[in-house]
Design a protein around this ligand. Structure first.
Ligand code: SAM
Length: 362
């Protein structure tokens, strides 16, 4: 495995409320797990690499996130691209361990023009982050499923419009981001009972999908047989999928139509008002549509949705609106407070309209 090696004593600089602070001075307030019990419906302030270490194996049903973009925003500055990728790899290794088998991770990431903070200092170039994350997630062990292109619409930017009309001066304004979808399929040959007769008189034959062991029921008394007399064929994944076929998990035709194609037009979040002020309090929130697709397509009511870079809390808000539990992590105390407040507002506002089965908790 190639991978990125994480450097000890990294010098990530985090900007909180406009003033730069070092990682060491960030108030890390990690709630430790109690035994093997997963703490739900919390926004946890800390470095995701450390917070994930405190969480039990295979306890999360779905991960939805948008990582900090390499040196494109004030709150995330790394000395080199390799150090940035090493940190991202460390976070997603934690994600892999804590995610249940056959579950999904959905990552929104854009290809960015950014600059290093060491020699050649501030030299700009474009980074194909979507491609780097795709390779990194595969190397960790995830299986690629899809790459939706989020079409952000007409670019408002006037950048480089006045460039001289000659070769080498022209390039497009970026108006899309990736929404990459991966699944964890860890091959598990442990025998499981037939979902029809509940007997473990099963025989392994093949893998339905790479990493998904399939079984055939060999119980002569099992009531379900194929036309040719073969026993029921199933896998841990098909048994799980059958369990989700409940009315509360049904997805509307309208919603499926919206996400039918893998290029989807969604307006970005309007965060700047007419006076040029950021009214949301975060520089890079994603639209609710992204976690909404991930949550409805890859989880069910009552599941636990994790966002290791929760920012202003969008994933947690959408999880709550869809009757899922959430865990949000962010390194910035300021963003954690913002996320807690936004989730609380949504849950309080929607009380009565929806019956949320969850409570917010600090
Ligand atoms: C692109 S923003 C996420 C925005 C979020 N999707 C929203 O809708 O508000 C990335 C976030 O990652 C956080 N972050 C950066 N490094 C982190 C780390 N090591 N652990 C936890 N959070 C981190 C930043 O503070 C920032 O809020």
């Amino acid at each position: 495995m190639r991978g990125y090696k994480r450097l000890a004593g990294r010098q990530l600089s985090v900007v909180s409320g406009g003033s730069p602070v070092t990682l060491a001075s960030v108030n890390i307030n990690i709630k430790r797990k109690v035994g093997d019990k997963l703490i739900r419906n919390k926004i946890i302030c800390g470095d995701s690499i450390d917070v994930l270490r405190s969480m039990p194996d295979k306890s999360i049903d779905l991960v939805v996130t948008s990582p900090p973009y390499f040196n494109a925003r004030d709150y995330s500055l790394w000395p080199t691209f390799a150090e940035y990728m090493a940190d991202m790899q460390a976070v997603f290794e934690g994600v892999y361990r804590t995610l249940k088998n056959h579950r999904y991770v959905v990552v929104n990431v854009g290809d960015v023009i950014s600059k290093g903070t060491v020699e050649p200092k501030w030299a700009k170039r474009k980074y194909a982050l979507g491609a780097h994350f795709t390779v990194m997630l595969e190397e960790i062990g995830f299986t690629f499923v899809d790459d939706y292109i989020w079409d952000k619409g007409e670019p408002q930017s006037k950048r480089h419009l006045g460039n001289p009309p000659y070769p080498f001066y022209q390039y497009p304004v970026n108006c899309y981001e990736h929404i990459i979808v991966f699944v964890k399929h860890e091959l598990d040959k442990t025998k499981i009972p037939c979902p029809v007769c509940n007997e473990i008189i099963t025989q392994s034959n093949s893998q339905t999908t790479a990493g998904v062991q399939s079984w055939e029921c060999k119980n002569p008394d099992c009531p379900q047989k194929s036309a040719s007399g073969r026993g029921k064929r199933f896998s841990a994944r098909s048994v799980m999928m059958d369990e989700y076929k409940r009315p509360e998990n049904e997805i509307s035709e309208e919603f499926i139509a919206k996400w039918r194609r893998d290029i989807v037009r969604i307006n970005p979040v309007k965060k700047i008002n007419s006076k040029g002020e950021n009214v949301l309090g975060h520089t890079a929130p994603f639209p609710e549509d992204i976690p909404e697709m991930a949550i409805r397509y890859f989880s069910g009511v009552g599941d636990v949705v994790l966002d290791p870079f929760v920012g202003s809390g969008t994933t947690a808000i959408v999880a709550a609106k869809n009757d899922r539990d959430y865990i949000g992590i962010d390194i910035s105390e300021e963003y954690c407070e913002l996320a807690r407040k936004r989730v609380e507002d949504v849950v309080n506002k929607d009380k009565g309209e929806h019956k949320h089965h969850i409570k917010t908790a600090k």
